[in-house]
Design a protein around this ligand. Structure first.
Ligand code: HOZ
Length: 426
């Protein structure tokens, strides 16, 4: 496997772009080595600029749930493009898209489209503050909700890799207004809400954590969170940027039957184009301008090409059997991984839900950021490189999810498991 062209591009990029990447999670800092530069993708496969073909479990960090360059999505986007790529005025596509999301996601009655997941969470916090008249926010250690200032505190994803859980440059008052609890530990939430009675506007949580690696909510955790927030008059925000349209058409809220006050979406909702969204009851959304006093705007919000791609994606996902298939593929991969690790005496925890999984090298269960951080990250780095050398592209970090798509076949899974056998950490 030659990577000469990637190495050359990376060297050039480092002179032009901070760290050579436009998003830190793409650098291979935590596993070592130079990132691959990609030039094309189709279905479950990607090709780098040196013509190496790999099975892809990054899938653009989530949006490509149907696999890359799905014909229905490409056709819809191309057709929309021919009619003009941005108008800065309302379109029929936005209305069609809003209808689909509202029909699918149980707690959303009214939705506003923005251009990224970060914009969605940022706007959701502003909405919660506007609605409650309070300023503090509670998040979870290892929860990552994009790069909004108040949320870059004890964050997962790229920040955890860099060992900078809280970003520099955040206004100290913002950071001070963010409280941090432990995922799956409702008592840690209770204590913070009691100590800050009447001051907390919202609790924001990834109902299935995806930025400390995949960590699922323990039975009762989300339910108790719902109860507690209600008791304290605090709005509950589900960041479903990763879990939305992935674990089911209705997201994690439909799977666990717990309804947030505000939902944030991103990734899949744009079908591979830059889209985010936040939605809630009609009453809460009446705070949003021009109806209400909470201002939020964007030139490319509801962009027609992105809306067309999103509609095509949701329509494909709405076909019978899609999620059953995705779940079966995820299970086949996760069970296969456990089988290989067990047969080789490698201690590993494989956390999974439909369409997502993470391998942690540890003999213990991983249920929050502390247990995720206590796993063998050096072993993960060696495993990652073995996998890439054997034709499988994984997220270059312990604290990210592997994304499975509906395009991954049984043959892909077999090939992946063969690569795992050759990549086992010592
Ligand atoms: N937010 C993604 C990681 N959880 C990274 C996005 C990217 O680097 O493209």
């Amino acid at each position: 496997m030659t990577r000469a062209r990637s190495a050359q591009l990376y060297s050039n990029a480092q002179k032009l772009i901070p760290g050579g990447v436009n998003s830190p999670a793409r650098a291979w800092d935590s596993v070592g080595g130079d990132p691959l530069f990609l030039k094309k993708a189709s279905g479950s496969r990607i090709w780098d600029v040196d013509d190496n073909e790999l099975i892809d479990y990054v899938c653009s960090w989530g949006p490509m749930i149907l696999g890359h360059a799905h014909p229905a999505v490409i056709d819809a986007a191309v057709e929309a493009t021919r009619s003009g790529t941005s108008f800065g005025a309302p379109t029929e596509l936005e209305v069609e898209m809003a209808r689909r999301v509202i029909d699918a996601v149980p707690s959303i009655e009214v939705i506003r489209f923005v251009s990224s997941g970060t914009e969605a969470t940022m706007s959701a916090l502003r909405l919660a503050r506007a609605r409650t008249g309070r300023s503090k926010i509670l998040k979870f250690n290892g929860g990552y909700h994009g790069h909004e200032d108040a949320l870059l505190v004890e964050a997962g994803s790229g920040l955890a890799n860099q060992g900078i859980a809280s970003s520099a440059g955040v206004h100290p008052e913002y950071a001070a207004s963010t409280l941090v609890a432990e995922f799956n530990d409702v008592d840690s939430v209770r204590l913070l809400l009691q100590a800050n009675t009447g001051e907390v506007a919202a609790v924001i949580v990834e109902p299935i954590a995806g930025n400390m690696g995949v960590v699922t909510p323990e039975p009762g955790f989300l339910e108790e969170l719902r109860e507690l927030t209600r008791e304290h008059g605090v709005l509950l925000i589900f960041d479903e940027v990763i879990s939305g349209f992935r674990v089911s058409l209705g997201g994690a809220q439909a799977v666990y039957g717990v309804m947030p006050d505000i939902t944030c979406l991103g990734k899949i909702v744009g079908g591979g184009f830059p889209v985010g969204a936040y939605g809630a009851s009609a009453e809460i959304m009446s705070e949003v301008a021009p109806l209400g006093p909470m201002y939020q705007a964007g030139t490319l919000s509801g962009n027609p090409v992105a809306m067309a791609a999103g509609i095509a994606t949701i329509d494909e996902l709405s076909k019978p059997g899609v999620y059953e298939g995705l779940r079966a593929t995820t299970d086949k991969l996760a069970d296969g991984l456990i089988g290989v690790f067990d047969a080789s005496g490698v201690q590993a925890a494989v956390n999974r839900v439909c369409g997502l999984l993470t391998v942690f090298f540890t003999g213990n269960p991983v249920f929050d950021m502390r247990t995720a951080s206590a796993t063998d990250r050096e072993a993960f780095g060696a495993f990652f490189h073995g996998m890439v050398d054997n034709g499988v592209y994984l997220p270059p970090s312990q604290f990210e999810a592997w994304f499975v798509s509906t395009a991954h076949t049984d043959a892909d899974i077999e090939q992946t498991l063969d690569a795992v056998k050759k990549s086992l950490p010592a």
